[in-house]
Design a protein around this ligand. Sequence first.
Ligand code: NAP
Length: 281
Amino acid sequence: MPSTIRTTRLPGGDDVPVLGQGTWGMGEKPIRRADEVAALRLGLDLGMSLIDTAEMYGDGGAEEVVGEAVSGRRDEVFIVSKVLPTHASRLGVVTACDHSLRRLQTDRIDLYLLHWRLGTPLAETVAGFEALQAAGKIRHWGVSNFDTADMVELAGISDGRNVQTDQVLYNLLRRGVEYDLLPWCRERALPVMAYSPVEQGVLAGDGRLTKIAERYGVSRSRIALAWVLRQDGVIAIPKASRPDHVRDNSAAHDLRLIPADMQELDRHFRPPTSKQPLEMI
Ligand code: NAP
């Protein structure tokens, strides 16, 4: 039975779990495919029913893994995928989306993001997203790797306020967004999606987390993930292909850090005191 994971509301009205699953690195090696599908399905069983993918991951291979994982249970899952900035023209997003839908073996993507910003005028990409939404191929759209100035610009163009999220790098080692981007989004009730929440596994080996982890008798990774999940309006999408990692991540949802833990973590991982350019992986 799926456990209950807290949800957050997107501006469009959808309630999505604050803990989902990433897929970067999946779909690259056929020999690993069955394990990857199994990991995602285990995550769904544990209630992590938001799956993040992208046309870029494994050159479409990750979307195929997701398609297999959600087969027979599509309606339980909130699928997020991303279009490459090189496909971000008005017509380019439509073609890219059709390819993603085919790989995902579905008739709609729940949330379709611009992976990062390059040269295409935002108005063109937004027009493409709006057309896809009108056609029922995507239910919502959003952006990724947008810094505050990009969000301000987006909010100023026609239909730009239909954006549902900004997916950004956010974890204990990457706290710059706390200075301005997170508050900007929070003021507009716009959830942020935190990618690489355990810094691609690095935080699982970070000695500065050992004391707190031992106190709770849990992994360092679980502490790092619980820290990302400590606040409203933040959705974390850890990627795990090992079942023990999937279970560990799921358990992070139920770990409540106390103010003394936060203070200890603030001493080791300093919050920003000035504007920092948005970091990307
Ligand atoms: P991550 O989720 O921070 O870390 C994934 C790595 O950590 C994997 O090697 C995984 O190992 C390991 N891991 C996961 N849970 C663990 C645990 N409980 N204990 C120990 N190790 C653990 O990094 P990420 O994959 O970069 O980010 C997550 C997702 O965000 C991506 O998969 C992708 O969907 C999205 N993303 C988006 C962007 C963007 O530009 N929008 C950029 C990066 C990532 P195993 O796989 O072996 O289990």
